[in-house]
Write a protein that binds this ligand. Structure first.
Ligand code: MEV
Length: 327
């Protein structure tokens, strides 16, 4: 039996534009997904999750396509349970050259699902790392990141950048631009995360931006400007200039809003943070609902978000310099 964990992450700059080859800057945070994997005698998968939903669930199913999952939960839960884990296990089987391997998989996660903090990447990275170790194969974080990216690409039907999986596998702050991936020597940041309790549909949001970009030159220009902002944001991050970092985050939120991926609750949390004196605030991830990230050294943003109707959870997040690890 092997247990591995991997961190969630947030985007400081560049979500959506990164899908079109622009740079993005992201930071792993100290909220992790933990996956325990134990090899079985047969080729079945049993997926057990306490935390991915409020109620938790258990799914057991065979490898043959005609074998239905043995569950009494909704279709979307089955997909949530099986989509990423199934593809992650397939990657582990491939890496270990063990196509018939079956596993009991248990998932615990501190990262809200689909909320812009890369819960799926963290689960996928931890699952590949644990399952390959269980089969006696030791992958580097880079190899895990690459295999996890293939999983996200497949499950999200091509709507995935390498940011989430690379950041989760390596930890720390990262810059991603197309195929290039680089770890950044970032300072500690006073990050505050607000969560509206909801989740956006990443595929639909990415498709919406793609449509806008294909329809209007000014939308395509907006995507390019998000890339320019990420380039400047990276310099400012490395300089540790929090004031300018906050200004650029505000700017990035405005551009994401123009591209149609913000929401009333995300805007409300961003404005509450700004009114409370945050240095900057923006949505993180695909948008449509989920989380915002604000920069504030004081307690003011946390307090303001805690009392904001529509904000379900607030927490301070620290940069997590440790990527995927064995527990
Ligand atoms: C979703 O977490 C962020 C997007 O940029 C997609 C991706 O980078 O994979 C919208």
């Amino acid at each position: 039996m092997v247990t591995a964990s991997a961190p969630g992450k947030l985007y400081l700059f560049g979500e959506h534009a990164v899908v079109y080859g622009e740079p993005a800057v992201a930071a792993a945070i100290d909220r992790r997904a933990t996956v325990t994997v134990e090899a079985r005698d047969d080729d079945h998968l049993r997926v057990d999750s306490e935390d991915l939903t409020l109620d938790g669930f258990t799914v057991e199913y065979g490898r043959a396509a005609e074998e239905d999952p043995d569950v009494d939960v909704s279709e979307s839960l089955i997909e949530a349970a099986t989509g990423y884990v199934d593809a992650a296990v397939e990657q582990a089987r491939d890496a270990a050259d063990a196509p018939e391997a079956g596993f009991d998989v248990t998932i615990e996660s501190e990262i809200p699902l689909g909320a812009g903090l890369s819960s799926s990447a963290a689960v996928t990275v931890a699952a590949i790392y644990a399952a390959t170790r269980e089969l006696g194969v030791e992958l580097t974080p880079g190899e895990v990141a690459e295999r996890a990216y293939r999983v996200e690409y497949e499950v999200q039907e091509g709507n995935a950048s390498r940011t989430d999986t690379f950041c989760s596998a390596t930890g720390g702050a990262v810059r991603v631009e197309g195929e290039d991936r680089e770890s950044l020597d970032a300072p500690e940041l006073p990050l505050v995360v607000g969560f509206d309790g909801g989740a956006g549909d990443t595929g639909a949001l990415v498709a919406g931006v793609r449509d806008l970009k294909d329809t209007y030159d000014f939308a395509a220009d907006t995507v390019d400007v998000v890339g320019d902002l990420a380039r400047r944001g990276e310099e400012v991050l490395l300089d540790g200039d929090l004031e300018e970092l906050g200004d650029l985050m505000d700017f990035n939120h405005g551009l994401l809003s123009a591209l149609g991926v913000s929401s009333r609750s995300l805007d409300a949390m961003v404005w509450a943070a700004r009114d409370a004196g945050a240095l900057g605030a923006k949505l993180t991830g695909a948008g449509g609902g989920g989380c915002v990230v604000a920069l504030d050294e004081t307690e003011e943003t946390e307090t303001a978000l805690r009392y904001l109707p529509g904000c379900e959870e607030v927490f301070r997040a620290a940069l997590d310099t440790e990527g995927v690890r064995i527990e």
